[in-house]
Design a protein around this ligand. Structure first.
Ligand SMILES: *[C@@H]1O[C@H](CO)[C@@H](O)[C@H](O)[C@H]1NC(C)=O
Ligand SMILES: *[C@@H]1O[C@H](CO)[C@@H](O)[C@H](O)[C@H]1NC(C)=O
Ligand SMILES: *[C@@H]1O[C@H](CO)[C@@H](O)[C@H](O)[C@H]1NC(C)=O
Ligand SMILES: *[C@@H]1O[C@H](CO)[C@@H](O)[C@H](O)[C@H]1NC(C)=O
Ligand SMILES: *[C@@H]1O[C@H](CO)[C@@H](O)[C@H](O)[C@H]1NC(C)=O
Length: 623
């Protein structure tokens, strides 16, 4: 029936062009788009309901044999693709219509022929199988080869102090996965290049980065610049971590003026992510001052349920001028997530939207602690996002850049975890706003953010260079060149050209990209800085109002500003949406730097005091 409609439409277009009726292409396109918007809303809603059911239902209770609606959506997109490309060539003058046409998803892999598509699915399945289920042999009992990377090996790495054991698992993981997946990955690259061309992209990298508007060269140039501007902060932090590692492991392992060994650095940096409720062992710069313990604060305030968390978040959002969330929302639309990972790695609250409707759901993790607290602020931010753009056509009911909504939500969590805000709501003391308290918090957040950006950057840069043919044969040494240069890490043992270490970081998603998540981190701090400036809670050069202490609560002017930007959906480019929100029309690293400025100063002076070497000579231990 659907297909019939398309057919009729094509016939109409063809007939009208044959008869040379001076049909206004705007009218034709508008009619077509109305149809697409209406249809996609139905398809997308089916998809969301399907995913929602999986999220909140015991798998045993799920109805069997229900096909994932994604296939129907893909069929539809593929079905309209040729009309879309035809209409894109028509002289459409209305910018809004033109943009809607551009927002219609490409058929992507569906453009491949059937046998290629089957190959692709097999490749993706094989790689996912390799990375998810490969059995690693135990260091202590080499005959026991049943260990998975997550959770078994991850737990061993977290707990062991044995350097040989850490090195062993680093190698074992790469040996067991790299060579096995290399062939599949190279076939994936070939099919990906073909897919890009079939979807009308000049370069494979343009397809890879298609959701970030602008040509891939421009995106990469922007990220190159980000890396350059972050470099001084990164170098100081790197030097500090290297010297901390040297204290732990000695100068033979952690050599002067050299990159640090990746396996040891990862364990160190990874400790900043460990469960804050439990056995958390990170050496803070000022251990006596410590960090505010939000979990303890929640208990003290008798906030012990997810309902309490949403109330707390909702109070914050209404205080900044957002509309209140109806009382009925919790009862009618919130459900606990069914499959709760006992280690809490994936237990997050999530907001679910319905297209073209007021309806929104929330699935929540049934606990109330620090991570769930910040996560709830993000989920409620999404709630406002979904509400505010619901009047846009379906094609515009999206964020203008992948992870843009996350940047806004996370900017709000910077305020929700600001020592000033926590003190205000009775969950922290004034000591956390002291210099020492601030450095502790910035140190933790710095470990989580400053080291992540170069790793993401290298992963996407390597990928883009492989796709565009600047790196041939999945050269492993090119990967290590980038890794050494940008992350200051070296492999624990010499590597060779034909090994394949890049995907050991990508884990299982062969087509996951890291450029928009990198941009999202920068945007988070950029948005935070601008909102804080606007409310006078951050004043450049004024020690009483540094960015890291900024508390937005109570500033009613924020809500309308944020809602206004949110309500644009993807009807404007991310740069235009950003402009509405911040007055900037491009990515700006200064918010990130300003936020971490006290930490930067602290790192500089401690490195100077201890006469630490900054930077490293490149070793290129890959031949
Ligand atoms: C293999 O090692 C893992 C992790 O140390 C352990 O849980 C498991 O019981 C061991 N299996 C055998 C058969 O020894
Ligand atoms: C996928 O794995 C199967 C079984 O191991 C193998 O026969 C097949 O060749 C693999 N396919 C690709 C494309 O690597
Ligand atoms: C990155 O990949 C995901 C799926 O893996 C896709 O949804 C997203 O649009 C991609 N982002 C960009 C910038 O291409
Ligand atoms: C934070 O407080 C909780 C609850 O009192 C406690 O279980 C946890 O150990 C504390 N975390 C740290 C890092 O002190
Ligand atoms: C919201 O939850 C209700 C009740 O579980 C469900 O019927 C509906 O499909 C959900 N909607 C979305 C958008 O997930």
């Amino acid at each position: 029936m659907n297909f019939l409609r398309i057919l009729i439409f094509v016939v109409l277009v063809v007939v009208s062009s044959c008869q040379q009726i001076p049909d206004d292409p705007n009218v034709v396109v508008e009619k077509f788009l109305n149809e697409v918007n209406e249809h996609l809303a139905v398809l997308y809603n089916n998809q969301i309901e399907y995913n929602w059911r999986e999220e909140v239902t015991d798998p045993k209770q799920l109805p069997e044999n229900i096909e994932d609606p994604i296939f129907e959506t893909m069929d539809y997109i593929k079905g309209v693709a040729s009309i879309v490309s035809k209409l894109k060539r028509a002289k459409v003058t209305n910018a809004n219509l033109k943009r809607q046409l551009d927002q219609i998803p490409e058929p992507g892999y569906d453009a491949l022929d059937d046998s290629e598509k089957m190959d692709l699915h097999e490749i993706i399945g094989n790689m996912s199988e390799i990375y998810k289920n490969v059995g690693l042999c135990s260091f202590r009992d080499r005959n026991n080869c049943t260990l998975r990377l997550i959770p078994e090996v991850q737990e061993i790495i977290d707990d062991t102090m044995n350097v040989e054991e850490l090195k062993y698992y680093w190698l074992e993981w790469r040996d067991k996965t790299g060579s096995k997946s290399k062939y599949a990955f190279s076939k994936f690259v070939e099919l990906y290049k073909k897919t890009a061309a079939l979807n009308g992209f000049l370069k494979p990298s343009d397809f890879w980065l298609r959701d970030i508007e602008g040509e891939s060269g421009e995106v990469i140039a922007t990220l190159d610049k980000v890396m350059l501007i972050l470099r001084p902060l990164f170098l100081q932090f790197h030097a500090f971590v290297r010297s901390a590692l040297r204290l732990k492991y000695g100068p033979d392992l952690i050599r002067f003026n050299e990159p640090y060994p990746q396996h040891l650095a990862e364990k160190f940096i990874g400790s900043s992510y460990r469960d804050m409720n439990g056995d958390w062992t990170i050496d803070l710069p000022y251990p006596l001052v410590g960090l505010v313990n939000i979990t303890a604060g929640l208990i003290a305030k008798d906030i012990t349920t997810p309902y309490g968390l949403i109330e707390t978040a909702a109070r914050f959002y209404t205080s900044i001028g957002m509309p209140s969330i109806p009382q009925t929302f919790w009862i009618q639309s919130a459900r606990p997530k069914f499959d709760v990972d006992e280690r809490l790695m994936t237990c997050w609250s999530k907001t679910w939207k319905y297209y073209s409707s007021d309806k929104i759901n929330l699935s929540f993790c049934p606990m109330a602690d620090e991570e769930r607290y910040t996560n709830m602020f993000e989920a409620v931010s999404d709630y406002y996002y979904f509400k505010s753009y619901r009047n846009q056509p379906t094609l515009f009911q999206e964020e203008p850049l992948p992870n843009f909504g996350e940047a806004i939500g996370k900017a709000m969590t910077l305020s929700a975890t600001s020592p000033r805000f926590l003190e205000k709501i009775g969950m922290g003391g004034p000591v956390y706003s002291s210099y020492e308290g601030r450095i502790n918090r910035l140190y933790l957040l710095g470990l989580r953010n400053v080291f992540l950006i170069p790793i993401f950057y290298v992963l996407d840069k390597y990928r883009v260079d492989v796709l565009d043919g600047r790196i041939e044969n999945l050269d492993n040494c090119e990967f290590w060149k980038l890794t050494e240069k940008f992350t200051g890490a070296k492999p624990p043992v010499q590597r060779s050209h034909d090994q394949f270490d890049a995907p050991s970081k990508l884990l299982i998603e062969v087509d996951d990209n890291y450029s928009s998540p990198t941009m999202s981190i920068i945007l988070q701090f950029q948005i935070f800085k601008r909102l804080c400036e606007k409310t006078g809670q951050y004043r450049r050069g004024d020690d009483a109002y540094p960015l890291d202490l900024c508390d937005l609560s109570g500033h009613k002017e924020i809500g309308p500003l944020v809602l206004n930007a949110m309500s644009l959906g993807s009807s404007k480019s991310w740069k235009e949406v950003l402009f509405t929100l911040t007055g900037d029309n491009q990515l700006d690293v200064s918010g990130f730097l300003e936020f971490f400025k006290p930490l930067y100063g602290w790192l500089q002076s401690i490195n100077q005091l201890n006469k630490e070497e900054i930077g490293w000579v490149e070793l290129n231990q890959c031949v």
